[in-house]
Design a binder for this molecule. Sequence first.
Ligand SMILES: C[S@@+](CC[C@H](N)C(=O)[O-])C[C@H]1O[C@@H](n2cnc3c(N)ncnc32)[C@H](O)[C@@H]1O
Length: 271
Amino acid sequence: MSTMNPKARRRLLKAGTSAHYEDAHYYDNAYRSRKDDVAFYTDMARSKGGPVLELGVGTGRVAIDIAHAGIKVVGIDRMAEMLTRAKERIAKLPKEIGARIDLRRGDIQRVRLGKRFPLVISPFNVFMHLYELKEIERTLQTVHAHLTPKGTFVFDVLMPVPGALARDPSRFYKSRPIKSPADGKRYAYSEAFQYDGVRQVQMVTMVFEELGNHQNNFVTPLAHRQFYPEELKALLHYNGFKIDAIYGDYNKGPLTDESESQIVVARKATR
Ligand SMILES: C[S@@+](CC[C@H](N)C(=O)[O-])C[C@H]1O[C@@H](n2cnc3c(N)ncnc32)[C@H](O)[C@@H]1O
C-alpha cells in the first residue's frame, strides 16, 4: 500500500473502514463472546457516573450494558447499518432501559453536541480507523470538547505484534468455517494480512467462500492503523491529555509484549 497512488489508497482505506460494518448481524455474531471489555467499560461508567459519550457506538454492544446499569449513553457512529442494528436491539429492551440510549449518526472527527460528559469512551479499536495524524487529532479534539473538566476518557486499540505485521502478504490463513447470520449459509473463512510500515496500516483481507458453491464468495477488507505505546503517549500528551493508566487487559493488568490490547485511561491535562 505504501507505493499506491493516493487516490487508490484513499479508496482502499474507505473500504477498509466501512465494509466490515455493513453486515451488522455478522458483526454481532462474530464478537458475541467478547465480554470482558463490556464489563470493564460498564464498571468505568458505574464509577464515573453518567451520562456517557460513546464514540463509535456500533450495534450498542457496550452501550446496552451501560444502560442496563442505569446510566444514560449518547452513542455516535457513522455507519447507518450499525445504528439500525443498535436500534433493533434497543427496541427489544424494557422501555426504561432503551430510553437511556440516545443514538446519533455522525463522524467522531467532527461531531459537536454542545454538551459535556464525565466519561467519554471509544471501545474496541475505533481509533484504529483513524489513519492520518489530522484524523487522530480531530478526534482527540472531539473528546476534549465533550469532557467535563474532571472527566475521564477511556479507549482501547490493539497492541502491535511485530511478527504478525511481518506475515507473508501472499499467504491466506485459514480459520474455522462460519455460518452467516444474513443468509444462513456456511462459508470457509480465511484471512490475508498486508502491512504498510510507512503509514502503520495493516490491511486484513477476509475471504468468505461458500461451502459447496463458489458462486457466493466475497471479500471484506478491514484497515487498522497500528499505534505503538510510546506513540500513544505522545499523541495524548501533545493533544492536551494526561494519562492515568495504560492497561494490558480488561482486569487492569499491566501492558506487556503479550498484551492483546492497550487500554488507555486519560483526562484533560491542566496547566
Ligand atoms: C469495531 S466497531 C466498535 C463498536 C462498539 N464500540 C463496540 O465496542 O462494539 C468500530 C465502530 O467505529 C465506527 N467508526 C469508525 N470510525 C468512525 C468515525 N470516524 N466516526 C464515527 N464512527 C466511526 C464504525 O462504524 C464501527 O461501528
